[in-house]
Design a protein around this ligand. Structure first.
Ligand SMILES: Cc1cc2ncn([C@H]3O[C@H](COP(=O)(O)O)[C@@H](O)[C@H]3O)c2cc1C
Ligand SMILES: O=C(O)c1cccnc1
Length: 357
C-alpha cells in the first residue's frame, strides 16, 4: 500500500444544532423590550444566534474573541496570478506578529486577540515562534500538480482541529479564522467553483489587485486546476489534496472543530469562504455555528454565501482577507448581546406596550 495513503482519515462527529430553545427565548425576550417588535432587525437575530450557540438566554457578552491567521504559500503564485511576489507572505507573517497589519488595528479596536500561524509559508528560515503546525514549504502548483499528499491533507486537518481545541480550551468564546498567503485567491476560487458549480470565469476576481494580463493567467490557472480536480469534486479530502493547500485544509479542520466544540464563528472573505464550503462537506451542519460577518468584493464570495445560505452582516467594500472583514462585525455582535441584557422590558419599566397588546 502506498505509505502516503495510510494516514488515518479524520472523521468528524455528527454536529449538533445550536440550542433552539435558547434562540426562541432570546427572540421572545426581544418582544418584551421597550421598543416595537422586531425593530432592531438583524441585531435581534444575532443576539438570538449567540444565545443559541451558548445555550443560554440572554447570552453572555463575547469577552475572548480570537482571530487565528492561517498563513501559507501557493505554488501557483509562481505562475504570475498575483499582483505581489511570494516573499510578501513571510513578510506579512512578521508584520502581523509585530502588530503592524490591518488586522491588528481592526482587532485591537474590536478587542480581539490575534494569533498568526505558518502552515506552509515558503521561507528559507521560518520563524519558529509561529511554525508549530507547519506542514510544508508552499503547497503544490495546482494547475499541474497536487497541492498536497493525502497524508499532508490529514495532517493539516488535524492541525486545524488542534488549533481550534487549543483556542477553546484557553477560553476563546468566538473564533475568527483568517487567511494570509500570496496567490491564495486562486485555489480559493477553484474550490468554490468545484463545490458550488459556478462557471470558472465567474469565480475569478481581482485578488490583491491584479491587472487584465494577470487576470488572464489566473483564468487559465483556474481552468487547468478545475480540469485536474474534476473527478474529485464530490470528495472533500481529495479535493483539498488536488486543488487546495495546507492553510486552507487547516482552516477547514478548524471551522469544523469550532462547530464540534459548540463555539460561534464569524466568517471572513474569500479564502475562509472556500474553507467553509469544505468544512460543511466534512462536518454537515457546521454552518449553523457560523455567521457571515461580511460580503467581500470578490465575486466568488457571494457564491459561498448563497451556497451556505448565509446573509452577510456588513458590506463595507472590503476585499482583503486577513480576517479584516470578519472583525468589523464584532462590535455589532457585542451590541446584539447587550441589548438582551440591558434593555428594560415593558413590564419592568412601566413603559406601556402596544395598543391592543
Ligand atoms: C500587502 C498585502 C496584505 C494582504 N493581506 C491579505 N492579503 C490577501 O491577498 C492575498 C491573496 O490575493 P492574491 O491571490 O491576488 O495574491 C493573500 O495574501 C490574502 O491574504 C494581502 C495581500 C497583500 C499584497
Ligand atoms: O475578500 C477577500 O477575502 C480577499 C480579497 C482579495 C484578496 N484576498 C482576499
Amino acid at each position: 500500500m502506498d505509505p502516503e495513503n495510510t494516514a488515518e482519515s479524520i472523521e468528524f462527529p455528527a454536529i449538533d444544532l445550536p440550542d433552539e430553545v435558547a434562540r426562541a427565548e432570546a427572540q421572545r425576550r426581544h418582544g418584551t423590550l421597550i421598543k416595537p417588535a422586531r425593530s432592531l432587525g438583524r441585531l435581534e437575530e444575532l443576539g438570538a444566534w449567540l444565545a443559541a450557540c451558548q445555550g443560554q438566554s440572554p447570552p453572555r457578552p463575547v469577552t475572548h474573541p480570537r482571530v487565528v491567521v492561517f498563513a501559507g504559500d501557493h505554488g501557483i503564485a509562481t505562475k504570475g496570478v498575483s499582483a505581489y511576489p511570494t516573499e510578501v507572505t513571510a513578510q506579512l507573517v512578521t508584520a502581523v506578529g509585530n502588530g503592524d497589519a490591518a488586522i491588528n488595528a481592526l482587532a485591537a479596536t474590536a478587542g480581539a486577540g490575534v494569533r498568526v500561524l505558518d502552515l506552509a509559508v515558503d521561507a528559507e528560515q521560518p520563524d519558529p515562534a509561529v511554525a508549530e503546525f507547519k506542514i510544508r514549504r508552499g503547497s503544490g502548483s495546482i494547475d499541474t500538480e497536487d497541492a498536497l499528499t493525502e497524508a499532508e491533507v490529514q495532517a493539516a486537518l488535524r492541525a486545524g482541529i488542534t488549533i481550534a481545541d487549543t483556542e477553546v480550551d484557553a477560553g476563546a468564546d468566538l473564533l475568527i479564522p483568517a487567511d494570509l498567503g500570496i496567490g491564495n485567491s486562486t485555489p480559493s476560487a477553484v474550490l468554490i467553483a468545484a463545490l458550488t458549480g459556478a462557471e470558472p470565469v465567474a469565480v475569478i476576481g481581482r485578488g490583491s489587485g491584479i491587472d487584465d494580463t494577470t487576470w488572464m493567467r489566473k483564468a487559465a490557472a483556474v481552468r487547468d486546476a478545475l480540469r485536474r480536480a474534476r473527478a474529485v469534486y464530490a470528495e472533500p479530502v481529495a479535493l483539498l489534496r488536488t486543488a487546495g493547500s495546507a492553510d486552507l485544509a487547516a482552516m477547514a479542520g478548524f471551522l469544523a472543530q469550532a462547530a464540534v466544540r459548540r463555539t460561534p464563528v464569524l466568517l471572513d472573505g474569500l479564502a475562509v469562504g472556500a474553507a467553509a464550503l469544505l468544512a460543511e462537506e466534512l462536518a454537515p451542519g457546521a454552518r449553523s455555528w457560523w455567521e457571515a460577518a461580511h460580503r467581500s468584493t470578490e465575486p466568488a464570495h457571494a457564491m459561498v454565501l448563497d451556497h451556505l445560505d448565509l446573509e452577510p452582516i456588513v458590506d463595507l467594500g472590503i476585499g482583503l482577507g486577513e480576517g479584516a472583514g470578519a472583525v468589523t462585525a464584532l462590535p455589532l455582535l457585542a451590541m446584539s448581546a447587550r441589548l438582551l441584557t440591558e434593555v428594560a422590558t415593558h413590564a419592568d419599566s412601566g413603559v406601556a406596550g402596544p395598543l391592543g397588546g
